[in-house]
Design a protein around this ligand. Sequence first.
Ligand code: ATP
Ligand code: MG
Length: 195
Amino acid sequence: MGGSFDPIHIGHLVAASEVAHRFDLDQVVFSPTGEAWHKPEDGRAPSELRYLMTVVATAADPRFRVTRVDIDRPGPTYTVDTLRDLREELADDHPGHTAEWYFITGADALADIVGWRDPERILSEVHLVGVTRPGHALADPGLPQARVSMLEIPALAISSTDIRARVRAGAPITYLVPEGVAHLIAKHGLYRPGS
Ligand code: ATP
Ligand code: MG
């Protein structure tokens, strides 16, 4: 599951947990995106802190892990590169093992897939799982049915954009993000005006 995770919230975690359950996955690998620019935009968290928040949020779940492949690769993140690097990572860590790959994406991101770099290649390598997200229609993007599944999950109208706006406005984010993530946001003064 790729994302900027700026910050990671319980909408991401519920989506991952539901897909892991329904497809009987051994692992869900969270891949925070790299930085498109050397310095993150105003009001955004640097990749190392997005990575750290993702690690903290997923630490308790034995099925969840986090990869650095996208944050360690310079330049913008393309899913086709993520998938290639994850395969290499698996081959290094567990020589001889093979895996069946799924890519988890929300309804909003799924609608954009035709605009992704190399969509045919992505679909030849993974089973794409689109999950419902409030405010976004889970339309079938017209992709080969054998490679794509649409999954209804508990509706959580939570976005990282809204959480950043809440922090900026001094509104609570308790229960919208894991406790450790809220602590990291406070500790590093993330998403505050002027940070
Ligand atoms: P932003 O508002 O900054 O875009 P976001 O909440 O959309 O943040 P991303 O990191 O962009 O989070 O999303 C990563 C993936 O998780 C995407 O595929 C997105 O569609 C999915 N996703 C995010 N929030 C939800 C949610 N509440 N329900 C279902 N899927 C979600
Ligand atoms: Mg998003």
